[in-house]
Design a protein. Structure first.
Lengths: 441, 441
C-alpha cells in the first residue's frame, strides 16, 4: 500500500527560507530578553486536560486538541498546550518557593483546532513567544517590558515604531463618564478595538447595533478623541473629576511613561492612546501594543499588559503579573516586506568546487579552513562536472564559488566566482583566509 | 473545584537552570551546522497517523501518541511526531524538485509513550537533534558529518573525544567469515552492541544464549579484536580474502578516513572500531559514534551513519542518505559534570539596586545604559529595602550588585558588590560603562 505524503490541513513545513529568518529573529528575542534578566523556561506539550479546560472560555475549550491515550480515567486525560499562560500559572503554583519576581520567557509552539487561514498567517500550530514578570506589582515591571519591546524593535531594525499605551481602568472610567454602566464596557471596548479596521464610523455603528444609546456612543467617541498626550492630560483630568479609579489609572500611566523614558526609550516611540482596547477581559492595568506606521495593515507586532488575576488560578489567590506576546509571524512578514533583499534559502556563503582531481585534497582542506574562519562553506559532495557544481550553487542561492585550478593553485591563487553579483576575480589563498569578508560579501 | 497543578508522568518543566545551558548548546549546534551548509527545517508536531504507522516496528507503533480528533475517518487520524526521520522522508517526497543534496538540520521535540526513566534521562517528550544529507551517495557526505561532529565536540570544549567508526557491511562480512549465515547478523550485532555495558564475556554469553555455536562465537570475537587501525588493516584484509563486499566496505572506510582527515580533523580523534554495532538494522554503510573516554559510563554523545533505504519510503525507491543524531541531554549532562562551575540559574550579571530615592532615576538610567553595553541587568522592580534587594540577588545567583549612594553619585562613583566572590569596590561610573567586563567578571 502506498501512503500519500501529505500535511494535516492548517499545519506547515518550514523550509530553510522560512527557518533562517525565524532562527535569526528568535536569537534576537533571546538576546534582548536576557539583557533584561528574563530567563528561559519550557513546559511540556502535553498537559492534563483538567489543567487546561475552563481557562479559555467555551469557544477555547472546543479548540483544545485532546489525546487518545488512557481516556478511561477523566483525571488522566491529556491535551496539547493551547497557550503559554496557563502552563506558566501551573509552573508557578508547583514552585511556591521560587524567588519573586520571576521573570521568564518562553518560546514554544501551541496548538488550536481552529479554522486555519494560511493566507492570513493563521495556523493550527504556531510559535508563541511570551515574556512575563510574575510577582511585581508596581509600574517598574510594566515599564521594563515596554522598554524591552522598544529595544527589540530597534534591534530588529524596524524603524519608526510606535508603542501605544492605555490603561484598562481608564477605559472603564471613560465608559462610565459617558453615562454607561460597567455592563457596557465589554461592548464598547470590543467596538473600539476594531477602530483600525473599521474606522470611527464603523465603531459608532457597532456600538449602536449593540444597543448603546446614541448620546452615550457620541460621548464615548468624544472622550476617546480628547487631544491629550503624556505630560499634557489636563483635559482628561477635568473630565475624570471625582472618578477616583479613573484618576488613579491616569496617574499610573504618567508614572509608567516616566519610568519608560527613564530606562532610556526615546520619547517619540511612546504614545498615550485612549483608543487602545486590546481584546481586554483579563487585563487589569496598563496595556500596550507596538505598531509600525509604515505598515498600517499589519496590526500590532507586540502587545501586552498587566493581568493580576490569572497567574494565581491554581493557588486561589491573585498574583500580580505583567507580560507581552511577540507576534513572531507578523514580525517575520514585516521584515520580509521591509528588507526583501535579506531573504535567503541557505546559510552557505561559499561553495569550494571540486573540479580538478589534482587539487581535490586541497579543495577539501580549503573548505575546512574557511569553516574554521567562520565562513559557512559547502563542497560538492559527489563531485561531478564543474558546470553541474555551478548549477547547484546557482539553484541553492550560494553567492560565491571558489575554483582551484591546478596551474593557479601552484602559485597560491584561486578563482572566486560571484554568482549573484556576477564576475570573478583571482585571489591569493592566504589573503582570502586572512580576510574572507573582503571576498565573500 | 480546585485543580491540583501537576505534570504528566514522564514529562518535565525546564527551569532557567536547565534552559540556559540548553539554549547555549543549541546555539552552538546551529552555528556548527550552518558552517557546514546545513539548513534548518521544522515539520509539524501533528502528522497523519498513516504517515507514521508501520515505520517503527510493532513496538514503536504502540508508542505513538494518537490524537482524539475526528477519529471516525481512519485516513484523517492524527498522531504526534515520533522521530524526525519519517517527517524528513515525507517532506522530501512532497518536494520532488528540491536541489540535491539536501542538507538539513532539525531541532524539535518528539513524543513516545514509553516507560519513563527520569533518573536515566528518559522522558516521554524529548528534543531530537538531527542532521542529515539526502541525495549524496559518496563518502564525502559521510566524512563531512563526522568532521562536523568533531568540530562540535571541540566547540563545546569536550576534550579528548573519540569518534569510533565502523561499516555495516564490514560487520556483516565478519559474521560470515566466522562461519555464520546472514540470519545470525542481527543476533551477533545485538550482542556486540552491548560490549561497553556487559564486557567481552557478556557478549560471548549472549551470543551462546541465542544459539550461536561456541566455535562461531569465538571466531567472531577473535575477528572483532584483530589489532587493526586506519592505515594498517592488512590483518583484516587477509581474513576477508575473497569476500568482495567485506573488502569493499573496508576500502570505503579507508576512503572515509582519508576525507575526514582532509577536512581538517586531527587524527587522534578518529578510530576504526570493529566492535561498533549501533543497534543497526536500518544502516547500510559506514556508522560512527562519538564518545568521551573521560566519561566511560555516559555512552555515545553523537552517533549516526549511512541509511540508503529509508528516505525514499514514500517514493518507493532508495534515496541515499547519511545523518547523525546529537544526544542533547547527554551532552548537557557531560557539560554539567565536566564544568560544574559554568552552571547558572539566571542570565542576569548585575542588579542595579534602588536603595535611595535621590538616585532612583539615575539607577534606572544606569540599568538602561548597562543593557546597551550588552550586560544583562536587572532592577529591583518593587524597590524595598537594600537588604531585601541584596537577598534577591543572592537567591537568584546574580553575581554583582551596583549601589548608587547619593554622596558617592555626586562625585561620579558607585559601589560594586561582588556577591559570589565577596567584597566590594568603588567604581567610576563612566569607567564602569566603558569597560564593564573589568568589574563584572
Amino acid at each position: 500500500m502506498t501512503i500519500q505524503p501529505r500535511l494535516y490541513n492548517g499545519t506547515r513545513d518550514l523550509l530553510p527560507q522560512d527557518m533562517l529568518p525565524k532562527e535569526d529573529v528568535l536569537a534576537q528575542f533571546r538576546a534582548s530578553f536576557q539583557l533584561y534578566g528574563f530567563a528561559p523556561v519550557e513546559t511540556p506539550a502535553m498537559e492534563y486536560l483538567e489543567i487546561l479546560t475552563g481557562k479559555y472560555g467555551d469557544e477555547g475549550n472546543q479548540l483544545i486538541y485532546r489525546l487518545d491515550y488512557r481516556n478511561e480515567d477523566p483525571a488522566r486525560r491529556l491535551a496539547l498546550r493551547y497557550d503559554l499562560t496557563v502552563p506558566l500559572a501551573r509552573l508557578v503554583a508547583m514552585h511556591p518557593d521560587m524567588p519573586l519576581p520571576f521573570k521568564r520567557y518562553q518560546l514554544q509552539p501551541v496548538w488550536r483546532a481552529d479554522r486555519p487561514q494560511p493566507h492570513q498567517g493563521r495556523y493550527r500550530e504556531f510559535m508563541q513567544c511570551d515574556i512575563d514578570t510574575v510577582g511585581a506589582q508596581g509600574r517598574a515591571a510594566d515599564a521594563e517590558i515596554v522598554a524591552l519591546c522598544a529595544d527589540l524593535m530597534r534591534r530588529l531594525e524596524l524603524p519608526g515604531f510606535v508603542i501605544r499605551i492605555n490603561h484598562r481602568q481608564l477605559l472603564a472610567a471613560l465608559v462610565e463618564q459617558a453615562g454607561l454602566g460597567p455592563e457596557s464596557e465589554a461592548t464598547v471596548c470590543g467596538a473600539v478595538d476594531k477602530l483600525d479596521k473599521i474606522g470611527a464610523d464603523g465603531v459608532r455603528r457597532e456600538m449602536l447595533a449593540h444597543g448603546i444609546p446614541v448620546a452615550a456612543a457620541d460621548a464615548v467617541q468624544e472622550l476617546l478623541n480628547l487631544p491629550v498626550q503624556f505630560g499634557d492630560t489636563q483635559l482628561l483630568q477635568d473630565r475624570l473629576q471625582g472618578h477616583e479609579a479613573g484618576l488613579k489609572a491616569l496617574a499610573e500611566l504618567e508614572e509608567l511613561h516616566r519610568l519608560v523614558l527613564g530606562l532610556g526609550v526615546p520619547a517619540e516611540h511612546v504614545k498615550l492612546d485612549l483608543t487602545l482596547a486590546r481584546g481586554l477581559s483579563y487585563y487589569t492595568g496598563p496595556i500596550f501594543e507596538t505598531v509600525l506606521p509604515s505598515l498600517p495593515h499589519m496590526g500590532s507586532l507586540m502587545g501586552g499588559g498587566r493581568y493580576d488575576g490569572l497567574i494565581g488560578m491554581f493557588l486561589g489567590r491573585d498574583i500580580p503579573a505583567v507580560g507581552a506576546t511577540l507576534g513572531l509571524d507578523r514580525i517575520l512578514t514585516a521584515l520580509a516586506q521591509l528588507k526583501p533583499h535579506a531573504q535567503r534559502s541557505t546559510p552557505t556563503r561559499v561553495l569550494v568546487a571540486r573540479a580538478f582531481s589534482e587539487t581535490d585534497t586541497q579543495a577539501l582542506a580549503l573548505a575546512g579552513r574557511l569553516r574554521q574562519a567562520g565562513i559557512p562553506t559547502e563542497i560538492p559532495l559527489d563531485g561531478g562536472k564543474l558546470k553541474k557544481q555551478l548549477s547547484y550553487a546557482d539553484r541553492k542561492g550560494i553567492p560565491h564559488v571558489v575554483v582551484l585550478g591546478p596551474d593557479e593553485w601552484a602559485t597560491g591563487q584561486v578563482q572566486v566566482k560571484h554568482m549573484q553579483a556576477g564576475g570573478q576575480e583571482a585571489a591569493d589563498v592566504e589573503a582570502l583566509l586572512a580576510a574572507p569578508a573582503r571576498f565573500f560579501l
